[in-house]
Design a protein around this ligand. Structure first.
Ligand code: GLA
Length: 715
């Protein structure tokens, strides 16, 4: 619901309020974001009292500490701005004044050419506020969407050039909020290849600016476009937390800045570093959408809100709303060394275990036997696969399995037929040999002709063969950008390619990937309902990676496979049980050569798959509660509760086996206190209150990496 009361705009969500006012000098100001408040006219609440050495205009208002909704730099506010435009006079001074508003019911702002949150079955209302700087001919339309069912606000900005000439956008964030409570921490998710998204919390000190940004091309392993601002006392279960998630796959930036008086400004949007956009007369520039989320129930509360939103309103694929097939991928099983016969042998062994799909990974095209050649040549390597992809898919189908295929369509190896014909299609600058990453260049998706080639090369195969799943990989970061702002042009090209393929192949399940989780962001999730979370498939490393990924992203997006032991990335030996129990916390699959496993392990896999079949709807749709953090000690546990609270899945892991110690109790969450729950394995009956308040003391096997998985049903 959106209410206009005097000069106040009040956006009311499920249990939140977001309140803005138009100040007495016409600036749009932020008043409040948090727990729901009464509908009142808050217009005169924001004080422009003079204190310190503040800038002002005339003798009264417009002071530097005002909480602007879309702040500018260089007129009165001296903190970092939400936007910078260069104007015809050659300066960047600007001030936006409120002009107008419109409320659109049952609608979300559709952002042309970019992924965005759609209305779905929910009831969103959108407020559009027009601000203008008439002196420089700039107009900005700020969009705010609020849902009756969620505690989120969607924000984006449209920047319009109302001059006769060009305008240069140097920076355009999607959202900026000024918080005035003081004493905040920032949680963010830095990482690296095989160490993605480490849960990191830091205090925002007075005068400090914390810049959580990435300029590596894709959203990146190094920093995820999701941050949380929280009170000092916020925990997993309690406390005020604000989430900021950017629906974008290119260079991003989230900045938290604490001014000299303790006010904290948080901005999120496209990274202004390396960005520049010439806006012609009358043209608009659209920022990506930013999701703002508030919860009084700690990080867990934020997660459950974000999960519902991203499960229901982000990905239009039919697969977003159904259980995914249990797959076997050949990558860690064979790497590049396979023949049709070898693949079919794996498939023959997989089917009786209950596996539903075979995915052929890298190495099936051109003359690719290693990672030095053939990207760009999307025709089958007949030496390895004499029946072609069509023939192989038919054979897989005849074994009773669906068939999926790996592509890395945004890339080209210098040693490829494509590059020999079209060296000009690789991203490069004049007179400089482009830098290689994994022996490959990136294709120039800012060029429509290249996008058409990429679409055609994937589509031709999907038209010809019964490929029901595509793993869309992206294995290097961007260099040699031909101009400022190139990264955004590329990202728009990528979205165009994805839109075209999704539209033509609505039944194909797309899985995103970027050397593991190097582009795990809501932009890619709009096209691929699941993403390969990390190239690190070690169960113990995955405890942390999946734990922290789940803070923003639902389990239905987190692809997780059981691989061989010793693990190929870290050399760790873990039991098949531990590996499967950890992989249950995501979109479950296998990635090892099962033809080499002993009979007992094959029997164990059969049982694992039976169990996954019982729980996969629950993990895809239920509410996640993280109970013990692997970042804080020797345990990791989490729990999923069905929306009707009738089913509960509990996972717990004790990482190292201690001698002569008492186990930490696990306190479940989100159950019906008065209901009884039966442990479906032991038939023990527990009270919901008992599981939550008294807790249970788990009994682990006497070994390292011991795991427990329990399924409870309400009696
Ligand atoms: C990336 C992916 C892996 C695999 C390889 C193939 O590293 O993350 O899963 O597909 O590429 O080259």
């Amino acid at each position: 619901m959106i209410i206009k009361n005097g000069n106040t705009f009040h956006l009311v969500g499920k249990s939140i309020s977001y309140i803005m006012t138009v100040g007495r000098c016409g600036d749009l100001l932020h008043y409040y974001f948090g727990k729901k408040m009464a509908n009142k006219d808050y217009s005169d609440r924001i004080m422009d009292k003079e204190y310190g050495l503040l800038t002002c205009v005339d003798d009264y208002c417009f002071l530097e500490t005002l909480p602007y909704e879309y702040p500018a730099y260089g007129y009165a506010d001296l903190r970092d701005p939400a936007y910078i435009v260069g104007n015809l006079d050659g300066n960047t001074v600007s001030r936006l004044i409120y002009k107008d508003y419109a409320i659109v019911e049952n609608e979300v702002t559709h952002i042309d050419g970019m992924p965005y949150i759609f209305a779905g079955k929910q009831k969103p209302d959108t407020l559009k506020i027009t601000l203008a700087d008439d002196i420089i001919g700039l107009e900005v339309v700020l969009s705010y969407t609020v849902f009756e069912e969620y505690d989120v606000i969607l924000r984006s900005a449209e920047i319009i050039n109302r001059t006769e000439g060009d305008m240069n956008i140097e920076s355009a964030y999607s959202a900026s909020i000024d918080f005035d409570k003081g004493c905040y921490d920032l949680v963010y998710f830095p990482g690296a290849w095989t160490r993605e998204r480490e849960f990191t919390r830091t205090e925002i000190k007075l005068g400090e600016k914390i810049d959580i940004s990435n300029a590596r091309g894709g959203s990146g392993h190094a920093m995820n476009p999701f941050v949380m601002l929280c009170g000092k006392d916020a925990t997993e279960r309690n406390g005020d937390v604000y989430g900021f998630s950017l629906i974008y796959s290119g260079n991003h930036s989230s900045v938290a800045e604490c001014d000299q008086y303790g006010n904290v400004r948080v901005r999120q949007g496209i990274n202004p570093f390396g960005f520049d956009w010439i806006l012609e007369s009358g043209e608009s520039f659209y920022t990506p959408q930013c999701v703002l989320c508030y919860s009084a129930d700690g990080f867990g509360g934020i997660s459950r809100e974000m999960h519902d939103l991203y499960r229901n309103n982000l990905c239009k694929s039919k697969w977003a709303g159904i259980d995914r097939p249990i797959l076997i991928n050949n990558w860690e099983g064979t790497y590049f060394d396979f023949t049709e016969e070898k693949l079919l042998n794996i498939a023959k062994a997989a089917k009786p275990l209950g596996i539903e799909m075979f995915v052929l990974d890298d190495g099936w095209f051109g003359k690719r036997d290693n990672d030095r050649c053939s990207l760009g040549d999307w025709f089958v390597n007949e030496k390895k696969l004499p029946s072609g992809i069509k023939g192989l898919a038919e054979k897989m189908n005849a074994e009773g399995l669906k068939f999926g295929l790996w592509f890395e369509p945004e890339m080209v190896n210098p040693d490829s037929e494509l590059y020999r014909v079209h060296p000009d299609w690789a991203i490069s600058v004049p007179d400089r040999v482009p830098a290689k990453g994994r022996h490959q260049y990136m294709l120039d998706l800012a060029n429509d002709e290249v996008c058409d080639y990429v679409i055609k090369s994937v589509a031709d195969i999907l038209r010809e063969a019964n490929v029901e799943y595509v793993k869309w990989d992206y294995n290097r970061m961007m260099t040699d950008m031909p101009c400022k702002g190139y990264n955004h042009r590329y990202t728009l090209g990528l979205y165009k390619v994805m839109e075209a393929l999704i539209a033509e192949f609505p039944d194909v399940l797309f899985e995103g990937c970027a050397s593991g989780g190097g582009r795990f962001d809501p932009g890619m999730l709009a096209y691929s309902p699941q993403i390969w979370t990390s190239d690190n498939s070690d169960a113990v490393s995955r405890l942390k990676i999946q734990y922290s990924t789940s803070v923003c992203y639902p389990m239905s997006t987190i692809s997780a496979h059981v691989t061989a032991s010793p693990n190929h990335q870290v050399g760790r030996v873990t039991s098949l049980k531990t590996r499967a129990d950890v992989a249950c916390a995501g979109v479950f699959g296998y990635e090892l050569d099962i033809t080499k496993l002993p009979e007992e392990e094959l029997e164990e896999i059969k049982e694992q798959i039976k169990f996954v079949n019982k729980i996969r709807t629950l993990t895809r749709t239920g509410d996640l509660y993280r109970l013990q953090s692997p970042y804080e000690g020797n345990y990791c546990s989490w729990q999923v509760v069905s929306k009707d609270k009738s089913e509960v899945l509990l996972f717990a892991c004790r990482i190292l086996s201690p001698a002569n110690s008492k186990e930490a109790n696990i306190y479940l969450d989100g159950l019906e206190p008065a209901a009884d729950y039966i442990d479906t394995e032991t038939n023990e009956v527990w009270g919901g209150d008992e599981l939550m308040y008294k807790g249970i003391t788990p009994v682990y096997e006497n070994c390292d990496f011991a795991t427990i998985v329990k399924l409870f049903k309400r009696v």
